[in-house]
Design a protein around this ligand. Structure first.
Ligand code: FA5
Length: 361
């Protein structure tokens, strides 16, 4: 046999097998049958694969002539197989869906739900109540300067009143030459009262603000004291603001927070930035005032400090103390939450125990 007849025979054989493969492809009905066809023709030992391997034995000219079209036909058949596979898989999925009965009345799979932290809830509630009384939200930095935390609030350096606040001082490198003046002068704010100064510096009276936030004190932790806790500051400045305005506002605030039957009392106290100053206690809800461990047998729990803004504070922000008067208060958020829900120990708020947090949906 000549090389020419060899090539011709190869070509005929190839075309016959390709035709056969295409015809069989048209008749198959299942994915298994399709796979069997693929193996029969184009598997490692498939008839087309085997024949293609013999192409190399043909003369160069025949290889050139037949190689390209043969590979193109092989790719075409592979393409047809893949298209059939796609359509068979689609049909099989459709059959599966059609055969499944969907019951929309079955209960869903419950997904775990998070809750707002009890302290966040109390802050939102105080903002809501005081918002209705005309107070708007203000914020200040947690890292403060001596000036805002103490001096502008009428607590000069070396004044014994600084002992009221056990302070965390910071040693930070100044960020810029302008900030260098503050170097060694920074601290974690011990109360939210510095926001009073910041706000009065940037706005003219009358004004009415609340400022909730975190405060820090270097003090021993026990059931009612924490080194990190939250306060809500309130400040009202206008003409002719009196102690009666303060009492009336706090009374309305406490009734809204704890309910109309709640008993509160106003005690004289001392804060350098208010004159006169007072503290407010709420009757202990654990023992109804008869005395227990939480209220230290007194029947009352202190929740806020307050008073009329001291004239020196007005002078520090360039408000005329003859023309303006005001009241301010600072409420302990943890104490409110403890009273509200009967929580016996302040440390529970910070332990992130899910069994505790789940109780405040
Ligand atoms: C102050 O911090 C004043 N800045 C409040 C104030 C504001 C007075 C404006 C006058 C005018 P005092 O240190 O008493 O005051 O704290 C206020 C409230 O924060 C307390 O009544 C108490 O409810 C809460 N509190 C104080 N220390 C702690 C603590 N260690 N842990 C939890 N709550 C605390």
């Amino acid at each position: 046999m000549t090389a020419k007849t060899d090539s011709k025979a190869w070509k005929e054989s190839w075309e016959t097998r390709c035709r056969e493969a295409k015809e069989s492809l048209a008749g198959h009905a299942t994915l298994e049958a399709l796979e069997a066809l693929r193996l029969k023709y184009l598997g490692r030992k498939g008839s087309l694969t085997e024949l293609l391997k013999t192409l190399k034995d043909l003369p160069l000219e025949a290889r050139r002539e037949l190689g390209g079209p043969a590979n193109a036909q092989k790719e075409e058949i592979l393409g047809l197989i893949e298209a059939s596979r796609g359509s068979l898989e689609h049909q099989s999925r459709e059959r599966e869906i059609a055969g499944t009965r969907l019951d929309p009345t079955l209960p869903g799979v419950p997904s775990p739900q998070g809750y707002r932290h009890p302290l966040t809830q109390i802050i939102a509630e105080t903002a809501d109540i005081l918002g209705r009384l005309g107070f708007s939200w203000a914020e200040g930095p947690l890292i403060e300067t001596n000036y805002y935390n103490f001096e502008a609030l009428n607590i000069p350096a070396h004044h014994p009143a600084r002992d009221m606040f056990d302070t965390f001082y910071l040693k930070l490198a100044p960020k810029s030459p302008e900030a260098a003046g503050e170097h060694g002068n920074l601290l974690l704010r011990t109360h939210t009262s510095p926001v009073q100064i910041r706000r009065m510096e940037s706005a003219r009276p009358p004004l009415r603000i609340i400022s909730p936030g975190r405060v820090f004190r270097h003090e021993a932790v026990d059931a009612t004291h924490s080194a990190v806790f939250h306060q809500v500051e309130g400040l009202y400045v206008d003409h002719h603001v009196t102690l009666a305005d303060l009492k009336g506002t706090l009374h309305a605030f406490m009734q809204a927070l704890f309910g109309p039957k709640t008993r509160t009392r106003f005690r004289p106290s001392f804060f350098p930035f208010t004159e006169p100053s007072a503290e407010m206690d709420v009757q202990c809800l654990f023992c109804s005032g008869s005395g227990c461990g939480l209220c230290k047998r007194s029947g009352w729990l202190e929740i806020l400090g307050a008073g009329l803004v001291h004239p020196n504070v007005f002078k520090a922000v360039d408000y005329d103390p003859e023309a303006w008067s005001g009241f301010a208060f600072g409420l302990g958020i943890e104490r409110v939450a403890m009273l509200r829900w009967g929580i016996p120990d302040i440390r529970m708020f910070y332990q992130n125990d899910i069994r505790f947090l789940e109780q405040f949906p």
